[in-house]
Design a protein around this ligand. Structure first.
Ligand SMILES: [Zn+2]
Length: 83
């Protein structure tokens, strides 16, 4: 996932997620999670999904994207100021 504001919003707004996205961007925090068939809010695929709180609301993924985004912004700023 590219570290853009749009993708950060996707993770922040996601209500349900498939297991793949959940484990990629979050951490399994609720072992009693109920899974059902639906559309994943993160990848948009129809899959077996569960609620975002099962994966800690993707806190880890959101932090990771924010960190990468600010690093890219810092580096692009450095390029423009060196002109
Ligand atoms: Zn997904």
């Amino acid at each position: 996932m590219e570290p853009t504001q749009e993708n950060i919003q996707i993770l922040k707004k996601a209500r349900v997620s498939c297991r793949d996205c959940g484990l990629r961007y979050g951490e399994l925090s609720n072992l009693k999670a109920v899974f059902g068939v639906g559309v994943c809010d993160v990848c948009g695929e129809r899959a077996v999904v569960t609620e975002a709180d099962t994966f800690g609301f993707f806190y880890r993924g959101i932090c990771n994207l924010r960190r990468r985004k600010s690093r890219i912004e810092r580096e692009s700023k450095r390029v423009t100021t060196s002109d």
